[in-house]
Design a protein around this ligand. Structure first.
Ligand code: TMP
Ligand code: MG
Length: 207
């Protein structure tokens, strides 16, 4: 039996990840494909609630290292679920994942490899769609600036850290500058369609 594909959508804040994941889920469901969305951080579990407090309450203090490990713990909390879904042939769509984990923490000055270490052994996406602005267009979009990391100068640093993953064989840059939701949707689809129809290799792991 073939397994489901592991697809990650990544990007800075306000780049359209959630909009595109919603559209993608709808399209795949209409086609009768089994698909499940997992959003990181999922803020509903106990670890997720702590993360939510950290993101929304700037008075809430945590060392950068412990905040980082919480985000990683959040992923490890769901690894069994992800693996089970893939084995059952379900495509798993991740709205943020390891790449956000490393990029946001390394942007604070933590060592890049140190940030990746707790995530080693997690399933590695078959494809990562990185929604990318050439300029700083995400900072001009509405709704920006309410959470801990939604600060222009910081987003620029995160972008540099994300770009260190560019070159990995699963990494795809999708430029969103000046494009409509529909245009981005088409590009997302062009990439995803190559993976959804049954993979017979084992999922790779971060190493
Ligand atoms: P969201 O905007 O997609 O809900 O994500 C919340 C914030 O958390 C966003 O600014 C990115 C950040 N983040 C991390 O710092 N580390 C992580 O591991 C993840 C998944 C998100
Ligand atoms: Mg956000």
């Amino acid at each position: 039996m073939t397994r489901g594909a592991l697809v990650a959508i990544e990007g800075l804040d306000r780049t359209g990840k959630s909009t595109q994941t919603e559209i993608l889920i709808k399209t795949l469901k209409q086609q009768g494909k089994a698909i499940e969305l997992i959003k990181f951080p999922d803020r509903t579990t106990q670890i997720g609630q702590l993360i939510n407090k950290y993101l929304t309450d700037k008075e809430f203090r945590l060392s950068d290292q412990s905040a980082h490990l919480l985000f990683s713990a959040k992923r490890w909390e769901l690894v069994e679920k992800i693996n089970n879904l893939l084995t059952q042939g379900v495509t798993v769509l991740l709205d943020r994942y390891v790449y956000s984990g490393v990029a946001y923490s390394a942007a604070k000055g933590l060592d890049f490899q140190w940030c990746l270490n707790p995530d080693l052994g997690l399933p590695k996406p078959d494809v990562v769609l990185f929604l990318k602005f050439k300029d700083d267009g995400n900072m001009k979009r509405g709704g920006f600036g309410e959470e801990r990391y939604e600060v222009d100068e910081f987003q620029k640093k995160v972008k540099v850290m994300f770009e260190r993953f560019d070159g990995d064989n699963n990494w795809r840059n999708l430029y969103v500058d000046g494009k409509s939701i529909e245009e981005v949707r088409e590009e997302v689809w062009t990439h995803v369609v190559k993976y959804i129809d049954g993979l017979d290799t084992n999922v790779q792991l971060f190493k």
